[in-house]
Design a protein around this ligand. Structure first.
Ligand code: FE2
Length: 686
């Protein structure tokens, strides 16, 4: 007689427990156990509870509920290969889904083996679990396991299918509705409820204030201050409202706002931006020249030529407007980045003047509004949607399709693809559908798609890898660039983590070349994400351990750190419409000296469109519970000691940077908080 001790853990999410019958069959090299019901005294498989926490500011830890059972067999089953878990209905009770976290088995030989599950089981469903040790294709040493691996991938390829929505754009999942997704890749119920609650509160607040009347224009800028009285952050509630007109604040947003991705050092002016020394002399230090400042690396440029010529949409029969501008910045001796010249369209002409800080106040303010609005469209469409959400979807699809759950890199990647399909389906349904905040922008859906198409055709691998991106843009030494400082440190920590994991599982470059599943994974990303564009520099295969480590660092960085950088500050910076708007109703001044504050007000969107932009920024920046932060691994997928140590080392690095960021921010007038690991999620979920 042999006895196996079995422990089964149920999830902590709402409704993750079940009263249904649960059975297991242990399958080994020497036979299998009887189908054994797991039933001990008291309630089995109930939802784990949040533990009491004396420190209210700390995130509540949830305790899993684990049940212990025995499975008896006539003799040892040999090497344990699979654990089959089945769920059968209890009497005639309705469907009662169960979230099984893991099964742990102690064999008669005293070996303790983890079998990760982390999925919902419905009535009559079963799952066959592999042990937690990461195994590559060529390492499979039993026909049953090889067959299990192939069957899993066949099933997943049938389930997760690519779909082309627009030529020239990354391919997406074929799922149209979140309810078509497996429960474990959907939002937890708590998040869905919180999102719906936030939406209801916003609708109620706007209705109470009479802010949903179509066509109503703003009479005074001050009236916008109280759109959301119940949701104020230090930045959105005070700082932006006080400083939005200032050049210093305008410049700082290109370093530490929601779009720190666009400025470059300028050593030579583009031929279509004829700024002269005379024009900018009053804004430079005495005794210097534009040429000299360019040579010294103190001049920076933001060029929006990618927007050039994209048709805008019409609203109520009237055209909307968007700039495709050029802005020159000067880093002054105090380290401040100041705009010194703005041209709003690409072709210089008399009707397209170069605006300067000493122009009429409202001319300069309008120039900044147009430039920032165009930047906001690029931020949302390219740097947020395409470079994080859409790429994250490509990484998610390729991972589900090409890597079986037992693959070591699936285990590395799974925390970073959580809920991404769900949020992207919502983005397409709510933001990019008629009436959604993004489709109502000056470009409309067609224009946004064209913008993404242009951007993807010129996207490069190096631009997605932060250290190279910063070097290519010449931003290594510009001061007060907190995004760069924090993001580079996080990139390096992630690279250390990924390199250690990859080196643990791959002993040589030859191992990499022979891993056909990994090769297929990167090839799917190259094909479906980058449309086989060889000029992008995106690899279509891997030849070395180093290449794998760099690519996976890029993937994790994009979906966690970079998404946090472009997502978390949206309410702070983008909910104050005079600081930038997704749509503008009047053209920019073609002649200097004729504008007024009324021109500025007429240019802004009406009340209904303004509050739509503000509401979207608020929903996307809201803090939700049940988030999984960078470095947290609530699911136990690894069973070997070294990967667990590598995870602990990453967590120690992240704790260290939290303290560094807090110390730096305590000295800043405008703290940069978006990359504190306390607010960086592991995956794109909002
Ligand atoms: Fe997002």
């Amino acid at each position: 007689m042999a006895e196996y001790k079995v422990k089964v853990t149920t999830g902590t999410m709402k409704h993750s427990g079940t009263i249904d019958h649960i059975y297991v069959i242990l399958i080994g090299t020497e036979g299998q156990s009887e189908r054994t019901e797991l039933n001990s005294l008291g309630m089995d498989f109930i939802t784990g509870k949040a533990s009491c926490c004396v420190f209210k500011h700390l995130k509540k830890k949830k305790k899993h509920k684990t049940g212990a059972y025995k499975v008896k067999t006539s003799s040892s089953l040999g090497k344990l290969l699979l654990v089959k878990v089945e769920k059968d209905p209890f009497l005639i009770f309705p469907e009662d889904e169960w979230f099984c976290c893991k099964v742990e088995v102690k064999t008669p030989e005293d070996e303790e083996i983890l079998f990760p599950c982390y999925r919902w089981l419905s009535r009559g469903e079963f799952v066959e679990l592999r042990a937690g040790k990461g195994v590559k294709f060529l390492e499979e040493d039993h026909p049953m396991l090889l067959n299990h691996r192939k069957t899993e991938l066949r099933f997943k390829k049938g389930t997760y299918q690519w779909k082309i929505i627009n030529d020239g754009l990354p391919h997406i999942t074929h799922f149209k509705d979140v309810f078509e997704l497996f429960a474990e890749v959907r939002f937890p119920l708590s998040k869905t409820e919180e999102l719906e609650h936030t939406q209801r509160m916003i609708t109620l607040e706007l209705a109470m204030k009479g802010l949903v009347e179509p066509g109503k224009k703003w009479k005074r800028i001050e009236h916008m201050k109280n759109v959301f009285q119940f949701k104020k952050t230090t930045m959105s509630g005070e700082y932006v409202l006080e400083h939005w007109k200032e050049d210093d604040f305008f410049g700082s947003q290109f370093l530490n706002g929601t779009n720190p991705n666009v400025i470059k050092r300028c050593s030579k002016l583009p031929p279509n931006f004829p700024v002269t020394d005379e024009m900018v002399k009053p804004f430079l230090e005495t005794g210097t020249t534009l040429e000299k400042e360019m040579e010294e690396g103190n001049i920076f440029l933001c060029d929006q030529k990618i927007m050039d010529g994209i048709p805008t949409r019409q609203k109520d029969g009237n055209p909307l407007y968007v700039a495709a501008g050029l802005c020159l910045f000067y880093k002054n001796p105090e380290g401040k980045l100041l705009p010194i010249a703005i041209q709003l369209y690409q072709q210089p002409s008399e009707q397209n003047p170069i605006f300067l800080p000493n122009d009429l106040d409202t001319d300069w303010l309008l120039a900044k509004l147009f430039f920032r609005s165009s930047d906001l469209i690029q931020h949302q469409t390219l740097h947020h949607l395409l470079h994080t959400h859409y790429l994250a979807e490509v990484f998610t699809m390729a991972t589900f399709r090409c890597l079986p759950t037992v693959h070591p890199l699936y285990k590395v990647l799974i925390p970073h693809i959580n809920c991404t399909l769900h949020i992207n389906i919502l983005v397409r349904k709510l933001l990019l559908s008629p009436g959604g905040a993004l489709s109502e922008s000056s470009l409309g859906v067609e224009g946004l798609m064209e913008l993404m198409r242009r951007d993807l055709s010129q996207m490069t691998y190096s631009s997605l890898c932060l250290p190279e991106n910063i070097n290519e843009r010449g931003l290594e030494s510009i001061p007060n660039f907190y995004y760069r400082d924090d993001a580079l440190k996080l990139w390096n920590y992630l690279n250390d983590f990924v390199t250690a994991m990859v080196e643990y599982y791959y002993s040589s470059d030859c191992d990499v070349i022979k891993d056909i599943e990994l090769q297929e994974w990167v090839n799917e990303i190259f094909t479906h994400g980058f449309l086989e564009n060889k000029h992008s520099g995106i690899p279509s295969c891997f030849n070395t351990i180093e290449e794998v480590a760099k690519f996976i660092t890029m993937v994790i960085f994009r979906v966690s750190v970079q998404h946090a950088a472009v997502n978390n500050g949206q309410y702070d910076y983008n909910s104050w419409v005079p600081n930038g708007s997704l749509l503008l109703c009047k053209p920019p001044p073609a002649t200097k000296g004729e504008s007024s504050m009324q021109t500025f007000l007429d240019t802004l969107p009406d009340v209904e469109d303004s509050v739509k932009i503000m509401s979207a920024a608020r929903i996307l920046s809201e803090k939700y519970t049940d988030v999984v932060l960078l470095g947290e691994f609530p699911e136990e997928h690894f069973d070997e000691p070294l990967p667990k140590e590598i995870i602990k080392a990453l967590q120690a690095d992240l704790s260290y940077i939290k303290e560094e960021i807090a110390a730096r921010n305590s000295k800043l007038e405008m703290p940069y908080t978006y990359l504190n690991p306390d607010v960086v999620e592991n995956s794109v979920t909002i």
